[in-house]
Write a protein that binds this ligand. Sequence first.
Ligand code: DC
Length: 226
Amino acid sequence: MKIIVAIDGYSSSGKSTMARRLAHEIGYLYVDSGAMYRAVTLYALRHGFAAAGRVDAEGLISDLPAIEISFALDEAGNQHTLLNGEDVEKEIRGMEVSEMVSPVAAIPEVRRRLVSLQQSYGSDKGIVMDGRDIGTTVFPGAEMKVFVEASPEVRARRRLLELEEKGMPADYDEVYANICERDRIDTTRAESPLRKADDALVLDNDNLTREQQMAWLLERFHEIAG
Ligand code: DC
């Protein structure tokens, strides 16, 4: 039986890497819902709807029908996010997008549009999706829900490393401040804030290696999916 796996958690908690690897191991489709909010944010930045920490929500909402987000796999099997057909995978990971994504993701119309797209991806089950509201709003009936926790210091160090690996070095204090600010906006917004679903399994990964996390996830998956 194919199931839906919903993985939620704070920024840079390592959930995307985990979710991607899990999907690969079990032969499921993987969808990075954060990439979708990041792509809309990039569109907003490029079209002058977001600047200096402020978003022109009305302008962006009126342009929503013109924003198309999709995914493509490269030869190595890595997923790339496409914005109106253009590969924006690298650009959506930069600090400029990171700094504007939480206010964009707090706009109810943006959320509604992306949530319905995300739900359509899961219509045949056999999907692993990670984000902030997957177990609570997108797939409240998901058979397996995981909520990933890690301290902001550990997450900032991970994010710094990730940016360095991508050739986009950043400053620790700036990355740490961005993570704390995103936590604040993501958990306090009115529309589907980040919170653990009542029936989610908690994975505290501060002191776990990637291998240990994968072993834990696979064990839970086989228990649930049979
Ligand atoms: O997972 P990420 O850091 O790439 O997500 C980027 C932002 O998108 C995050 O700060 C909050 C938002 N987001 C959201 O509101 N809901 C989701 N399901 C996924 C991401």
